[in-house]
Design a protein around this ligand. Structure first.
Ligand SMILES: [Zn+2]
Length: 206
C-alpha cells in the first residue's frame, strides 16, 4: 500500500495491529476520522489513553473495574457463596446479559494452554483456591468454553479445590459446543446456568 503521507501511513499501521482489522479497514477508519471534526479524534485518543492508564482489576474477582471492587462484588444483593469461574471479562458480560445469575464471578484471565505458554501460574487460580479455602464459597460453577484447554483448566481447578468439599457444577454442555461462551445466545446461556449440572457428571459424559 503506497501512502502519500507518512502521518497517515503511521496511523494506519498502528490501527491495523488491532485484531480483526486489516490495512484496508484501518485506512477506511483513518479517512473517516479525517473527514470528522478534529475534536472527535481527540476524544477517541484521550478515552483510549485514559482507559489504559486508569483501568483497574477487581481485587476480589479480577473483573475489569474502575474501583477497587467491581460493581458485582460491591453489590450486597449478589450471592457471594456462589462463584462462577470464567475465562475473561467478555464471559462476565455475556452471563450478566442473561439476567439469570445472581452470584459472584472469578475471572481467570485465560485458560491453561501449554502450547501458548499459559500455565496455571499465569492465571488467577491461586486467588480462587485461597477464596475457597477461606470458607465462604459453597458452590463453584465452571463456565469455561468446552474446548480441550477449557476442560483441562476445569479439571486442574477441580483437583485443587477437591479437599475443601464444596459443590462444583458446570453449565450444561448443550450450548453450542466448541464455541466461545460469548457467542451463545442469551436465552440458551441463561438456561444452561439455571440448569447447571454437577461437575462429576460432566466428566463421565466425556
Ligand atoms: Zn469483582
Amino acid at each position: 500500500m503506497e501512502f502519500s503521507s507518512k502521518l497517515l501511513e503511521n496511523a494506519v499501521n498502528e490501527v491495523s495491529q488491532l485484531p480483526g482489522i486489516g490495512k484496508r479497514t484501518a485506512l477506511r477508519l483513518m479517512l473517516h476520522l479525517l473527514r470528522q471534526p478534529e475534536n472527535q479524534t481527540r476524544q477517541l485518543s484521550e478515552s483510549l489513553w485514559k482507559m489504559r492508564e486508569e483501568i483497574n482489576f477487581c481485587a476480589n474477582c479480577h473483573n475489569i473495574s474502575d474501583k477497587k471492587l467491581c460493581e458485582i462484588c460491591a453489590n450486597p444483593n449478589r450471592v457471594e457463596e456462589i462463584v462462577c469461574v470464567v475465562e475473561d471479562i467478555r464471559d462476565v458480560m455475556a452471563i450478566e446479559n442473561t439476567s439469570q445469575y445472581k452470584g459472584h464471578y472469578h475471572v481467570l484471565g485465560g485458560k491453561i494452554s501449554p502450547m501458548d505458554g499459559m500455565g496455571p501460574g499465569e492465571l488467577n487460580i491461586h486467588s480462587l483456591v485461597e477464596k475457597v479455602k477461606a470458607g465462604t464459597v459453597q458452590e463453584l460453577i465452571f463456565a469455561l468454553s468446552s474446548t480441550m484447554e477449557g476442560d483441562t483448566t476445569n479439571f486442574y481447578i477441580f483437583k485443587q479445590i477437591e479437599p475443601y468439599n464444596i459443590t462444583t457444577t458446570t453449565i450444561a454442555r448443550g450450548i453450542s459446543v466448541g464455541d466461545e461462551l460469548e457467542y451463545a445466545d442469551e436465552v440458551t446461556l441463561g438456561r444452561s446456568i439455571v440448569n447447571r449440572i454437577p461437575f462429576e457428571t460432566s466428566l463421565k459424559n466425556q
